[in-house]
Design a binder for this molecule. Structure first.
Ligand code: GLA
Length: 398
């Protein structure tokens, strides 16, 4: 009888399997190997990154997920069909690495792909979803990024739902990060499947450059505005919230292709978007200025605001070289980000009463400068360097 009951319960839990709830109530924060290391990833890099992040304040600022991206396995599965870590890159094995990261207060993420092969040409999880999920659970994985290369004629909803079910069935809570590049409008269906979904193709360390499949962060920012008809608060922003986030791709902050101003603006906008903050630079070798961008508590607080509302574009005027984005925060506060889109420094003005649907009178704090900046009773002018921002936090005056 007990066996029958157990069988019935197991079948029921398989039929109604859902994503792991209660994870990523604010946008996930961490580090991922891809943007700097690509296929040159190995355990000594990952340990070094973790040691650095534990010592330099990043872990304590919230960057707890350390994620190994593509190219971590051998090129073939073993005779049981299991994935095998590359013994040259990971001689101690993945479980030992996960244990090490956990012992330092981190959570551990890995990567696979819904297709037969990953984008880098390693085995994907197609047809092995439940087996792979069990393996990752046994290794202590806390986060899975799941790519979309080599998917053939597979249906995205079906493929991502299957891995979501597999992660649930494997019994270990994991954040599930969908990476199908926005091709199947995941914002419309993925909130019940995973915790974040990419909205675009890949980022690289450029302001507005484009190469092949990759774009600079400003183009990806523009794209957030263009993806869903309605824009503003009715655009893609409305799909993000606690436990389910739009992901405009990982951070390039601190990489060579960006000036310090462009890194600061990129970080500010990812916080305005309530984006996952997944650093992608070599944190072992970064300047104090880059570290201070990545760990600024007041800026991170805008990203991590518990209301979980994504910001949206309110004003875009290329001729005046300015854009203004606004983000609702909890307790009737707002964040406002003014970008200088021009090639030269400029005095840029915010006419507060144009920032629909923000209404009322607010005191203004300049978040990066850490100083008061008056109130919203009259337009305010900020001196902003090229491709830099003024990031502001507005508190209602009652
Ligand atoms: C795709 C993803 C990237 C990265 C690479 C790895 O391009 O979008 O973020 O994971 O694959 O090959």
């Amino acid at each position: 009888m007990r066996k029958l009951l157990c069988l019935a319960l197991c079948l029921a839990s398989t039929a109604f399997a859902q994503k792991w709830e209660g994870l990523a109530l604010t946008p996930p924060m961490g580090w991922n190997s891809w943007n700097t290391f690509a296929s040159n990833i190995n355990e000594s890099v990952v340990r070094g990154v973790a040691d650095t992040m534990a010592a330099n304040g990043m872990r304590d600022a919230g960057y707890v997920y350390i994620v190994i991206d593509d190219c971590w396995s051998k090129k073939a599965r073993d005779e049981n069909g299991s994935l095998v870590a590359d013994p040259v890159k990971f001689p101690s094995g993945i479980k030992a690495l996960a244990d090490y990261l956990h012992s330092k207060g981190f959570k551990f993420g890995m990567y696979s792909c819904a297709g037969a092969q990953t984008c880098g040409g390693y085995p994907g999880s197609w047809g092995h979803e439940f087996q792979d999920a069990r393996l990752w659970a046994s290794w202590g994985v806390d986060y899975l990024k799941y790519d979309w290369c080599d998917h053939g004629t597979a249906d995205a909803r079906d493929a991502y739902k299957r891995m979501s079910d597999a992660l649930h069935a494997a019994g270990r809570p994991m954040i599930f990060s969908l990476c199908e590049w926005g091709q199947n409008k995941p914002w419309e269906w993925a909130a019940s499947v995973g915790h974040l979904w990419r909205t675009t193709g890949d980022i690289y360390d450029s302001y507005d450059g484009r190469k092949n499949w990759e774009s600079g962060w400003k183009l990806l920012l523009d794209k957030q505005y263009e993806l869903v008809e309605g824009n503003g608060p009715d655009g893609i922003a409305k799909y993000a919230g606690p436990g389910h986030w739009n992901d405009p791709d990982m951070l390039e902050v601190g990489k060579d292709g960006l000036s310090l101003a462009e890194s600061r603006a990129h970080f500010s906008f990812w916080c305005m978007l309530a984006a996952p903050l997944i650093a992608g630079n070599d944190v072992r070798h970064m300047s104090p200025e880059v570290l201070s961008i990545l760990t600024d508590k007041d800026v991170i607080a805008i990203d991590q605001d518990p209301a979980g509302k994504e910001g949206f574009r309110s004003v875009a005027e290329p001729a005046k070289q300015r854009e203004i984005w606004i983000k609702p925060l909890s307790n009737d506060e707002w964040a406002v980000c003014l970008l200088n889109t021009g090639k030269t420094a400029a005095d840029l003005t915010i006419e507060w009463n144009r920032l629909w649907p923000m209404q009322g009178k607010f005191s203004v704090k300049d978040v990066w400068a850490k100083k008061a900046a008056g109130d919203t009773s009259a337009p305010t002018t900020f001196h902003v360097e090229s491709h830099d921002v003024a990031l502001l936090r507005l508190t209602p005056i009652k």
